[in-house]
Design a protein around this ligand. Structure first.
Ligand SMILES: [Fe+2]
Ligand SMILES: [Fe+2]
Length: 162
């Protein structure tokens, strides 16, 4: 009985200091961005899916900052996010152009400006001149929080022929 108690105490003690506990997985990671129809829905299923993917890339980068992961991992996640941003923008632009959406030019300018900012971030990070911080992540979130509901949502009824 005493032996069982001792083992139980040992188990409690060791689990508290277990690396899984220490690295925060028990407490869990809170994503920076979560997709909801109400906040981000565009009525175009293809682009809603792409926005969900985009948020996964944003959260992956955000998580590597929050958990203070190695610089090489942050770089990998930043590059993956920027590649997906470029891919997603191209996908929206191609459909807007193909369907003759009148807001195409202004929309593309908005995309181009954001890509330029992202590429600057990549270059500065790669050169060791700047870090990706929580403020950087907030900037990315704010841009998407404004662009998707205000700009992307405009193409919805047109592209869906409503
Ligand atoms: Fe979009
Ligand atoms: Fe867009």
């Amino acid at each position: 009985m005493v032996k069982a108690k001792a083992w139980f105490c040992f188990f409690l003690f060791s689990s508290f200091f277990h690396p899984v506990f220490a690295c925060g997985q028990v407490r869990g990671y809170t994503p920076l961005m979560s997709w909801t129809e109400e906040q981000y829905g565009t009525t175009v299923p293809k682009f809603d899916e792409e926005h969900k993917n985009l948020f996964r890339f944003v959260n992956q980068l955000h998580r590597s900052i929050v958990e203070n992961q190695e610089r090489s991992i942050v770089k990998h996640n930043l590059d993956a996010l920027v590649s997906y941003v470029v891919e997603h923008f191209r996908s929206e632009e191609e459909m807007m152009q193909a369907k003759g959406f009148e807001g195409y030019e202004a929309h593309k300018r908005s995309h181009d400006k954001f890509v330029e900012t992202c590429v600057n971030l990549q270059e500065q990070f790669a050169a060791g001149q700047d870090d990706i911080t929580l403020e950087t992540m907030q900037y990315i979130k704010n841009w998407l929080d404004s662009h998707i509901p205000n700009t992307d949502r405009q193409y919805g009824p047109f592209l869906m022929g409503i």
